[in-house]
Design a protein around this ligand. Structure first.
Ligand code: IPE
Ligand code: IPE
Ligand code: MG
Length: 257
């Protein structure tokens, strides 16, 4: 369990944890005069390719935003097609993920999903729990504010009416991705430059990358562009550039952690 705000990851390396808002499926379909759902179908292929590409590049965690707590506001027909697609993707992909050593997780409020979907999620998580390859997390009916609230609620139940102020370290294990390092690289496809209630707590010091590429067109090459951009960034976490790059401190001053 590490917090990027406390532990500075190695500079210039491959990101350990990549988090992606997979946006632009609808526009991809519209440009081809296809129904929106065709974009979501093509998006599943992009997920498959991106999971493989991340594993090949040594990324250890990939978190994908598949359905937000706000996406229920879409037309009923699109919502139910997305749920069906989630079911069929799980039915078709889980064995393959397992054979590739991937640990599969779902985060979000699952109480609104129907029994079949919840059962598929449960069995996929159980099947892959001991795998040691890439941790693939899908955020479904997820919202960053929901995540913080549910973590605070669990901590409150655990700690009872103590007067001592809570610490970040106490909250961390209750947050959805509590056991993973915080995302190093955030990618949003589709051109919008917003967080849309994705990982609000966990993105505190994540490097942000926005691309016009629509999600169904996202592939290994597009991932490499994002990683190349990430590797050029200087992550300072509040420190100065000189401190981070290891340039000698002004004589007479001692560097603090
Ligand atoms: C992202 O693509 C997929 C989901 C939100 C489920 P969109 O469906 O938002 O595509 P655009 O933004 O309308 O192009
Ligand atoms: C964000 O995409 C959620 C997912 C990709 C699942 P949206 O397309 O729903 O985001 P907004 O509402 O336009 O910001
Ligand atoms: Mg969108």
């Amino acid at each position: 369990m590490t917090s990027s705000t406390q532990e500075v990851p190695a500079v210039g390396g491959v990101p350990r944890h990549v988090a992606i808002i997979m946006d632009g499926n609808g526009r991809w379909a519209k440009r081809r005069f296809l129904p929106r759902v065709a974009g979501h179908h093509k998006g599943v292929e992009a997920v498959r390719n991106t999971v493989r590409a991340c594993a090949e590049r040594g990324v250890s965690a990939l978190t994908l935003f598949a359905f937000s707590s706000e996406n229920w506001r879409r037309p009923q027909e699109e919502v139910s097609l997305l749920m069906q697609l989630f079911v069929s993707a799980l039915q078709q992909e889980v064995d393959r993920l397992h054979h590739s050593g991937i640990r599969f997780r779902v985060i979000g409020d699952l109480t609104r999903f129907d029994r079949q979907l919840v059962d598929l999620i449960d069995s996929a998580q159980k099947l892959t729990a001991a795998n040691t390859g890439l941790t693939l997390t899908v955020a479904a009916n997820y919202g960053g504010r929901w995540d913080i609230l549910q973590a605070v609620d669990k901590l409150r139940r655990q700690e009872g009416a103590s007067n001592a102020p809570w610490t970040e370290a106490q909250l961390l294990p209750h947050l959805s991705l509590g056991e993973l390092p915080e995302p190093d690289l955030f990618i949003r496809t589709g051109g919008e430059q917003r967080i849309s209630n994705f990982l609000l707590w966990q993105l505190a010091y994540t490097e942000l990358y926005f691309t016009e590429t629509l999600w169904p067109d996202f592939d290994a090459q597009a991932l490499d562009l994002a990683i190349a951009s990430y590797r050029k960034r200087e992550r300072r976490f509040g420190r100065t550039s000189e401190q981070v790059s290891g340039v000698a401190e002004t004589p007479g001053r001692t560097a603090s952690a």
